[in-house]
Design a protein around this ligand. Structure first.
Ligand SMILES: [Zn+2]
Length: 426
């Protein structure tokens, strides 16, 4: 049901196989690459036979070096081959998929799939349409979901989205000044925390102007080149320790939520057909239908995302912050696109999803209701308010950075810069 066909699904779908879906994905990608006049990507080509040969050589070498008996050698071989099989399963299904992005998507999808299986009614799980995840250079600004002609669903992320979100999570935490927070439970009693207080953030940004460039460049680069990684390579370098952890947490929680939202579409068998020709002017009915589908997918997404993070500490602030981070990134992409294309901030819409503020508000309502109903024993208003405050703080920092870099987008418009074809609706 989820990508790669790892589950021999007993789904009573009358759908084609995972392989059919993957072939359809590849056809779609080929079409989009041609339409946008893009060169085919050249990822390193895997050679499974050679890899197996090397693994066998490794087993024999190790057996000799450690003087293993036959039983020990067989055990080692089994382990090594199982690891190899796991790697093979994460191999991209088409030649257009970036192997690194694909592994990431699959990891999140695996987490969401496990969460669904351990929390949903098995009958319900069996009904879920098969999904194959992939990327497309011209997909909607983050992700889109559509039924495949062979049955099942294709979920397509914009090829650049994850590299872009990675860069944005780094820019975001760089915008937060660190301070020493007190915690008596810790040895030493203090730890480095990140501040989202307005006055401190503004002061920090005024003293570190280059942070604004790290915020501006990913948005501007993505919008004008179509590439989510359009930034100097050192933008991806490891950050200081408190920031590296925070950036990874936002990025990871966002990924889990995004996949959970798309999973929500599949759960509800919702059929949304965002073909390129239809994505222009939508009539009111069509828009209302689409928005309803999106709200339902968000409702599944927020609960599933929360449950997926449940075993981790601070899961509530993580999911709320992940959602805020995701919605803010989407919103900023739209605002940036609109200014570059028209000089005005709200003149252009890139997404068929409801406005970010509305989605956030509805998801908060949904999750709080879920927690009160199903997690009543551990739910507390105080913890809820603190988690919301964390997420609001994150949004505040992104808003301040936007406000400070907005004139640069206006300049880009005045210089006559153009949006990349990947983002132009036909
Ligand atoms: Zn959606």
């Amino acid at each position: 049901m989820l990508a790669g066909g790892t589950v021999a699904s007993g789904a009573n779908t009358t759908t084609g196989s995972i392989q059919d879906l993957e072939r359809e994905l590849e056809k779609h990608q080929a079409r989009e690459y041609r339409r946008l006049n893009l060169a085919e990507p050249k990822w390193p080509v895997a050679n499974p036979e050679e890899e197996r040969k090397q693994a066998e050589q490794y087993v024999q070498r190790t057996a000799r070096a450690w003087n293993l008996n036959m039983q020990q050698e067989a055990q080692l071989r089994e382990k090594v081959m199982a690891r190899l099989a796991a790697v093979e399963k994460l191999r991209p299904p088409t030649r257009y998929e970036n192997p690194a992005t694909y592994r990431l998507i699959r990891r999140w999808a695996g987490i969401i799939e496990d969460t669904a299986r351990s929390n949903f009614d098995p009958g319900e799980v069996a009904q879920i349409r098969r999904i194959v995840f992939g990327t497309s250079p011209a997909a909607e600004v983050n992700a889109m979901h559509f039924p495949a002609t062979t049955g099942g669903s294709l979920v397509l992320f914009n090829s650049g989205w994850f590299a872009f979100a990675d860069l944005m999570s780094r820019a975001l935490v760089l915008g937060m000044p660190t301070y020493l927070a007190q915690d008596k439970r810790l040895a030493g009693g203090t730890w480095h925390a990140l501040s989202t207080q307005e006055a401190e953030v503004r002061k920090h940004l005024a003293q570190n102007q280059q942070i604004l460039l790290r915020f501006y460049q990913p948005i501007y680069g993505y919008l004008t080149s179509g590439r989510g990684d359009a930034a100097p390579p050192f933008f991806f370098d490891a950050l200081d320790e408190p920031r590296e952890g925070a950036a990874a947490m936002y990025f990871d929680a966002m990924g889990i939520f995004v996949i959970a939202h798309e999973f929500g579409h599949a759960v509800q068998h919702s059929i949304k057909i965002p073909t390129i020709s239809q994505r222009g002017i939508e009539d009111e009915n069509r828009r209302r239908f689409t928005w309803e589908q999106e709200v339902q997918a968000d409702n599944v997404g927020v609960v599933l995302g929360y449950l997926a993070l449940e075993r981790r500490p601070r899961n509530l602030p993580a999911i709320l912050s992940g959602i805020s981070f995701f919605l803010k990134c989407t919103e900023l992409m739209e605002r940036g696109a609109s200014i570059i294309a028209t000089g005005q901030e709200n003149a252009l819409v890139l997404s068929s999803h409801p406005p970010a503020a509305m989605r956030r508000q509805l998801m908060h309502l949904k999750l709080r209701e879920f927690l009160r109903q199903h997690k009543g024993a551990s739910y507390s208003d105080k913890e809820w308010e603190e988690a919301v405050a964390d997420a609001t703080g994150l949004e505040r920092v992104m808003e301040i950075m936007w406000e400070r870099t907005r004139p640069w987008f206006v300049d880009a418009n005045r210089r006559g810069e153009k949006l990349s074809n990947n983002f132009i609706r036909k």
